[in-house]
Design a protein around this ligand. Structure first.
Ligand code: FAD
Length: 333
């Protein structure tokens, strides 16, 4: 175990050859862990013609970039990425390895955990270090969000975790940072790959809009029915906001699944979040509590949503929303 040193972050690159936001957030979180352990922070950068991104990884907090630039890695495929990352991990032996909890990040992390026979904590929302034992403390909501479970990987290395996007904070870019870029040769041939990418079909859903939205109007079961939920759309349209909802609103069929906010939906961090007719169950709150301003409207003054709200309006949504719409319209005239 003593041979394993250093904190690694898997750098996810999208089709437009940009680094995914979650990887930059993980460099921020990884920097803190690496400083506590007094070890270097490394980014693992894979892809085809991605060498131009290596410096960005350093400006974002890394000391080292392990890079494999190869046509086989042009698009994400479990087999090719798993082989490349496993080879690097076996050679350089990191003690901690973090991935974004994105579809590709989760897929890769679980494949690597199997290949390296080590542990993986999925969907973590908090990371810390037990310095004395050099153990990663990876915490995530458990039992329906009622408790936070802290999971340790005591007997195997690297200690691995996937981390939810938008939970950690990226560092400001520091162009004066200097680091080491280590390019590795990859002995993987296209002919050996069992899967081929024949076509990429993009499904443009409203999900992307929601996670990038500056203002969100979210509605819950308190709107009563589909007709009542129309008020949420009307308010959102008036102020140019995106619409989201609770699981109960989605299950009632008032909104499509991809607009669910919370533990089993999207995590959002807009500047303004309207929570209307939403009780404030922990599973919803974990997905929106980092919004800058939270405005809650609920007819029950004891609703838990008021505990996280910046401003609270106690009242019937069916009366309050039309008044807000009217007011916003007057203001914009
Ligand atoms: P309710 O809890 O029924 O609240 C309705 C609120 O509206 C009440 O506070 C009421 O006072 C108020 N109200 C009623 N009428 C009016 C009115 N006329 N005007 C104003 N206010 C009114 N939930 C999520 O949202 N996202 C998740 O990702 C998620 N994941 C989950 C995962 C698990 C494993 C589990 C067990 C649950 C999950 N849930 C999730 C469900 C969660 O526990 C709650 O059941 C859900 O968030 C409640 O939705 P709600 O606030 O719309 O409804």
């Amino acid at each position: 175990m003593e041979d394993y040193r250093g904190v690694w972050v898997f750098i996810e690159v999208n089709d437009e050859k940009n680094i995914e936001g979650v990887s930059l957030e993980l460099l921020g979180a990884g920097r803190e862990l690496a400083d506590k352990l007094n070890v270097p922070l490394a980014g693992v950068l894979l892809g085809d013609e991605i060498s131009g991104l290596a410096n960005h990884v350093i400006y974002s907090g890394a000391d080292i970039v392990y890079m494999v630039d190869h046509p086989v890695l042009k698009q994400y495929r479990t087999e090719a990425y798993m082989k490349a990352v496993t080879l690097l991990a076996e050679k350089y032996k990191p003690e901690i390895f973090l991935y974004g909890a994105t579809p590709n990040g989760k897929d890769l992390a679980s494949a690597i955990a199997t290949d390296l026979s080590t542990g993986l904590t999925a969907d973590t929302t908090m990371l810390d270090i037990d310095l004395e034992k050099r153990l990663l403390e990876a915490s995530r909501p458990a039992f329906g969000g009622n408790i936070m479970a802290t999971i340790l990987c005591k007997k195997h290395r690297p200690q691995m975790a996937t981390v939810r996007p938008k939970v950690m904070k990226a560092l400001d870019l520091d162009y004066s940072r200097i680091g080491q870029i280590i390019e590795e040769e990859l002995i993987i041939r296209e002919e050996d790959m069992r899967t081929k990418v024949l076509e990429v079909v993009k499904d443009v859903t409203k999900r992307a809009n929601l996670s990038d939205a500056h203002v969100i109007v979210a509605g819950g079961k308190g709107l009563g029915d589909m007709h009542g939920f129309q008020l949420i759309h009307e308010l959102a349209e008036t102020i140019g906001a995106s619409v989201g909802g609770t699981r109960d609103a989605i299950e009632a069929g008032w909104l499509p699944h991809e607009l669910q906010i919370g533990q089993t939906g999207e995590t959002v961090t807009p500047k303004v979040y309207f929570a209307i007719g939403i009780s404030g169950a922990i599973q919803h709150v974990v997905g929106m509590k980092n919004s800058e301003i939270i405005i809650a409207i609920n007819k029950d003054s004891n609703a838990p949503i008021f505990d996280v709200a910046t401003y609270g309006i106690v009242g019937d949504a069916h009366e309050v929303i039309p008044k807000l719409i009217e007011q916003f319209k007057t203001m914009s005239e």
